[in-house]
Design a protein around this ligand. Structure first.
Ligand SMILES: Cc1cc2nc3c(=O)[nH]c(=O)nc-3n(C[C@H](O)[C@H](O)[C@H](O)COP(=O)(O)OP(=O)(O)OC[C@H]3O[C@@H](n4cnc5c(N)ncnc54)[C@H](O)[C@@H]3O)c2cc1C
Ligand SMILES: NC(=O)c1ccc[n+]([C@@H]2O[C@H](COP(=O)([O-])OP(=O)(O)OC[C@H]3O[C@@H](n4cnc5c(N)ncnc54)[C@H](O)[C@@H]3O)[C@@H](O)[C@H]2O)c1
Length: 471
């Protein structure tokens, strides 16, 4: 017999739980279905354990700057990788524990099992059928691992099991240098592991501006070997796994695969819905409503293949949850796009990427942090920052950067872009001395110098800014 609900939510990840928060405020008649471990990808195997590993690696790497500061003895420091991994898991358990509270009082409204759509209002789990007026699908994504590589068994790692390891070997390959690959390759190298990294693309960490990418590659190459432009192949050899890519060849103990994540939509029964699916099996999803075509279904989080980031998953779950209980479906304006990769220096992209802009219609303000005063005091004077603005109006459009404190500067820029500010508006803000944001100001001044509308001074003449966000 089928059970009837107002809303069914599939997936208890960040998107599913954000939907749950809205749904349960408005109805008790819901069902949450989750396959596999609870606790979310972010807290269990994603954002949080990866950042815990990075922090340990960066703390240990700091010893290399000690001589420059006049501190000696750094070379006698050692790292206990099993202890590092134990701390990562201990922190991870606390983060997961916090997340589990969101579902602990649900009782029978929380069902463990794999859900599959039967039609637009019916879901099947282990042969049982459940109907709902509306359904939120938030099944997340999983690491891409080429089928043939599964034969290497525990020689292959992904971030699903990296943090579970009791110890790590001396030689590792990292395949894929997107966000995960860059973060993990640098962290592993900083923990003393000999890392060799590979990517098909010469652009790393999601950067599209080659003038920002090139210095990043140079900096990372000081810490581990990087080979780009060729697909990697694996072969078991005496004493390890041989990785080849074009002319590059290395034997390693284990391989971390970070070649992207695939949305979990392939086994979800979407083909039963009678709507077109693209070649990746994705239905059309409206990003402002999360609605799938014109069905009573909402697809949120990594699963919709739009922006695989935590804050976007949470927003999408929120929108999907609200729309799943609303009388009529609402559109929500999405936030300025923002992504940070927690390498050192940090990589960050905000607003429009360079490749999305018409190079004829924009000007770029560029600054190198090599001579940045505050960064020099901290031995962190590395990287470059590019800001893009509309040539005619001076309106800020986006930025790409690999610099220290990028995570903070992109938030300031996101505010400016979201509020439609111009280069001159941001230059009228105070910049304290000495802070990393002075580098941002240099890039803005460089931009202003290229704009026909730029004045002679950063400061406004009398009067209000007449900008809602600032006055
Ligand atoms: C190593 C790593 C580091 C990351 N770092 C960052 C970061 O620093 N910043 C950032 O913004 N983002 C980061 N991310 C991305 C972020 O973690 C994800 O975007 C986010 O967790 C996605 O949430 P979600 O709800 O879509 O999916 P999930 O949290 O994966 O939830 C999906 C849930 O649905 C379940 N499920 C799947 N199929 C079914 C089914 N058929 N039936 C029932 N249940 C199902 C899954 O088992 C899972 O429990 C990182 C990701 C990784 C892997
Ligand atoms: N700091 C963060 O915000 C953060 C950190 C980690 C992950 N994430 C999210 O998780 C998602 C997945 O991360 P990811 O790094 O796995 O994916 P990604 O899509 O960012 O990068 C995958 C990389 O693998 C490369 N690649 C693909 N196939 C390859 C092959 N055959 N050989 C060599 N290289 C190959 C691609 O060129 C790309 O550079 C990202 O989209 C990101 O949104 C975010």
């Amino acid at each position: 017999m089928e059970q009837n609900f107002d809303v069914i939510i599939v997936g208890a990840g960040s998107a599913g739980l954000a939907a749950l928060r809205e749904v349960r405020k408005r109805t008790d008649n819901f069902l949450l279905i989750n396959d596999g471990p609870y606790g979310t990808t972010c807290a269990r195997v994603g954002c949080m354990p990866s950042k815990a590993l990075i922090e340990a690696a960066n703390a240990f790497a700091r010893r290399k700057d000690f001589p420059a500061f006049g501190i000696s003895g750094g070379e006698s420091l050692t790292v206990d990788i099993p202890a590092v991994l134990r701390r990562v898991r201990s922190l991870r358990d606390k983060f997961v524990g916090g997340v589990l509270k969101a579902t602990e009082d649900l009782g029978e409204r929380n069902l463990a099992g794999r859900a599959r759509m039967i039609d637009a209002q019916t879901v099947e789990v282990d042969g049982r059928r459940f109907r709902a007026k509306r359904i939120v699908l938030a099944p997340g994504s999983r690491p891409v691992v080429p089928e043939a590589w599964r034969a290497f068994g525990d020689g292959i790692l992904t971030t699903d099991n990296l943090f579970e390891q009791a110890d790590l070997p001396g030689r590792m390959a990292v395949i894929g240098l997107g966000a995960i690959g860059v973060e993990m390759a640098q962290a592993l190298a900083r923990l003393g592991i000999t890392v060799t990294a590979f990517d098909l693309s010469p652009r790393l960490a999601g950067l599209s501006d080659e003038e920002v990418n090139a210095p990043l590659v140079k900096l990372l190459e000081k810490e581990f070997a990087i080979h780009t432009g060729e697909g990697a192949e694996l072969r078991r050899v005496e004493g390890g796994i041989e990785v080849t890519a074009g002319a590059a060849k290395v034997v390693v103990d284990r391989v971390l695969v970070a070649m992207g994540r695939r949305p979990n939509v392939d086994d979800l029964g979407l083909e039963t819905l009678g709507i077109p699916l693209d070649k990746r099996g994705q239905p059309q999803v409206n990003p402002t409503t999360l609605q799938v075509a014109d069905l009573p279904i909402f697809l949120a989080g990594d699963a919709n293949g739009q922006a695989a980031l935590l804050h976007e998953a949470a927003d999408e779950g929120h929108i999907a949850g609200l729309n799943a209980v609303a009388e009529s479906i609402h559109c929500f304006q999405r936030r300025t796009s923002l992504a940070v990769v927690f390498s050192d220096p940090e990589v960050a992209v905000v607003g429009k990427r360079w490749r999305e802009l018409d190079s004829e219609a924009v000007v770029a303000g560029k600054v190198s942090f090599a001579r940045h005063g505050r960064a020099r005091t901290a031995e962190k004077n590395k990287g470059v920052l590019h800001i893009y603005a509309d040539k005619k109006s001076g309106r800020l459009l986006g930025a790409e950067m690999c610099v220290p404190a990028a995570e903070h500067m992109v938030h300031l820029l996101a505010l400016a872009i979201e509020r439609g500010l111009k280069v001159g508006d941001l230059l009228r803000m105070p910049f304290y001395h000495p802070v990393y944001e002075e580098g941002l100001r240099s890039a803005l001044r460089e931009l202003a110098g290229q704009l026909p509308c730029a004045g002679e001074s950063d400061l406004a003449s009398c009067g209000a800014y007449t900008i809602e966000a600032l006055d």
